[in-house]
Design a protein around this ligand. Structure first.
Ligand code: ADP
Ligand code: MG
Length: 250
């Protein structure tokens, strides 16, 4: 687990974030910071707004109100170069979203080449280093369909890391996996956390949140109900809604 960095070292700041879909307010004024090197896990029932929150960080959803700062840049400012911000933000979803017609190594080089304009040799070097990191250094020539779901998700992580992000967003990265494949993916995420990566992780894996998170955020109905160290939020929740949720999932 990382040490507590100095205040002011915020990688993400959500300041009164509001998101509406039509008349429905899905996020109701969320305040949240993620500091450099910190691992923040977001937990909460289905439909509570966790994915929407994550998607507002890199503008996959357009916030309806409030501010979202990423590395000090207000991404809700119409003048913001969102592509420049996204280049520093890796995202891993529940589905693996690999390109089926590209090999593993090509999946890990395509965005580097096209978005970050990295040269071929350097892109391949970074891709190989990150495939080694997730334990798939020998599978670069395989196609996604030849890999297990857990291996595909590790490729998706390697692909995101190949862009050399400052921040990694994970949205239930193990929820679509067969139970026996979950551990390898969580281990890769734990290694990343140990190496000091800044991570905002939506997860139902309470043991992971407990062991790896610096802070746990419990959301329900579009608000942050409770946040704090895992020993408090998971171990000794103060709020009845948090206790009810944990009683159902633990
Ligand atoms: P969670 O990830 O916690 O399960 P979501 O952020 O996916 O929750 O969804 C929060 C609420 O927003 C849900 O009620 C969902 O139906 C609604 N929602 C999410 N995306 C959209 C969308 N694109 N259009 C309309 N409603 C949406
Ligand atoms: Mg979700």
């Amino acid at each position: 687990m990382s040490t507590t960095p100095a205040a002011g070292d915020d990688v993400v700041v959500l300041d009164g974030l509001v998101k509406r879909f039509g008349d429905t307010e899905v996020l109701t004024g969320i305040d949240l910071e993620v500091r450099r090197g910190e691992v923040v896990c977001v937990i909460g029932p289905s439909g509570s707004g966790k994915s929407t929150l994550l998607r507002c960080v890199n503008l996959l959803e357009q916030p309806s109100g409030g501010r979202v700062l990423v590395r000090g840049t207000d991404v809700t400012d119409p003048d913001c170069d969102i592509d420049a911000v996204r280049r520093h933000v890796g995202m891993v979803f529940q589905g693996f979203n690999l390109f089926p017609h590209l090999t593993v190594i090509e999946n890990c080089t395509v965005a580097q080449r096209k978005v970050a304009k990295v040269g071929k040799a350097e892109a391949e070097r970074r891709a190989q280093a990150n495939l080694d990191r997730v334990g798939l250094g020998d599978r670069g020539g395989a196609y996604p369909a030849e890999l297990s779901g857990g291996q595909q998700q590790r490729v998706a992580i390697a692909r995101a890391l190949s862009m050399e992000p400052d921040l990694m967003l994970f949205d239930e990265p193990t929820s679509a996996l067969d139970p026996e494949l979950v551990g390898d993916v969580l281990e890769v995420m734990r290694d990343l956390a140990d190496e000091g990566m800044t991570m905002l992780v939506v997860t139902h894996e309470m043991a992971f949140a407990r062991q790896v998170a610096d802070r746990v955020v419990f959301m329900d109905g579009g608000v942050v109900v409770e946040e704090g160290p895992p020993s408090q939020v998971i171990g000794a929740p103060r709020e009845a809604r948090t206790r009810d949720f944990l009683d159902r999932v633990l």
